[in-house]
Write a protein that binds this ligand. Structure first.
Ligand code: NAD
Length: 261
């Protein structure tokens, strides 16, 4: 028996990285999954691999309200209901605050923060209609501490925790639990864009990333997207039935304190 048997979960940003691993794990645990992303070829390919009747891809730009309405329609037409949402889609840009163009700051807010808000607002009534369920928002360790050169991103991730707490309070009476995952550094194209660059040496860029996190993270390595997916599964399944409104850090100990040496 799977931990998500009978469940129907929308995962945003599901074409690659953490969202992809969440979709794979949830499907393996018995859920039917709706994969939303803007990377249509990769999303379609993943849905095909997971199989008809298990996964359905839908083009969903989380920053746009009409995309959410369409995704909910596709999910209900395909699987009959929705009782879970993982707000995973996100973007990262590096810039000093004083050099960040307003347009860039607003774009990051629109995807990371407004995207999660629209997801909660559009999908929560469907989850309620299905008899209750779960929402998992993707924050970050930068929701709990600062990090130079990612000001806009960190601001949105702090905001995700505020949204999570308020949504948890407002939706508890409707049978919906809302929690947040706060990953540290995780090995995806977001942290290692060189892996997507055909001109870069993949072994060299992997070695550079590995070397950096060996020093910074107490557990001595970067995280795997599967390790974030395991936490998202916990928060989506009944294993977390008495937990709502909380941030959960998955970071190899990075936030535990300041290391010496
Ligand atoms: P990723 O870049 O590999 O994946 C992000 C996915 O989101 C991609 O498939 C992308 O196409 C999709 N996406 C981007 N904009 C979108 C939009 N407007 N609408 C729909 N989909 C969109 O990165 P990842 O590491 O898998 O990131 C997943 C989440 O985890 C993000 O919210 C990110 O901020 C968060 N996070 C990542 C790390 C890390 O170290 N990788 C750490 C903390 C938090």
């Amino acid at each position: 028996m799977g931990k998500l048997d009978g469940r129907v979960v929308i995962v945003t940003g599901a074409a690659r990285g953490q969202g992809e691993q969440e979709a794979r794990l949830f499907a393996a645990e018995g859920a039917r999954v709706v994969l939303g992303d803007v990377l249509d070829d990769q999303g379609e390919a993943l849905a095909k691999e997971l199989g008809d009747g298990v996964a359905k891809y839908v083009h969903l730009d989380v920053s746009q309200e009409e995309g959410w309405v369409r995704a909910v329609g596709v999910a209900k037409d395909t699987f009959g209901k929705i009782d879970g949402l993982v707000n995973n889609a996100g973007i990262l840009r590096f810039n000093e605050l004083v050099n960040t163009p307003l347009e860039e700051f607003q774009q990051i807010i629109q995807v990371n923060q407004v995207g999660a808000f629209l997801g909660i607002r559009t999908v929560a009534p469907e989850i309620e209609a299905a008899g209750g369920g779960t929402i998992v928002n993707t924050a970050s360790y930068t929701a709990l501490t600062g990090m130079a050169y990612v000001g806009a991103y960190a601001a949105t991730k702090h905001a995700i925790l505020g949204l999570t707490r308020v949504a948890a309070m407002e939706l508890a009476g409707k049978g919906i639990r809302v929690n947040a995952v706060c990953p540290g550094a995780v090995d995806t194209p977001m942290t290692n864009p060189a892996a997507l660059d055909p001109t870069a040496d993949p072994a060299e860029s992997a070695a550079a990333v590995a070397g950096l996190y060996k020093k910074l993270v107490p557990l001595g390595r970067i995280g795997r997207p599967e390790e974030v997916a395991a936490l998202a599964l916990f928060l989506t399944s009944d294993d977390s039935s008495y937990i709502t409104g909380q941030p959960f850090v998955v970071d190899g100990g990075w936030l535990a304190g300041v290391s010496i040496g």
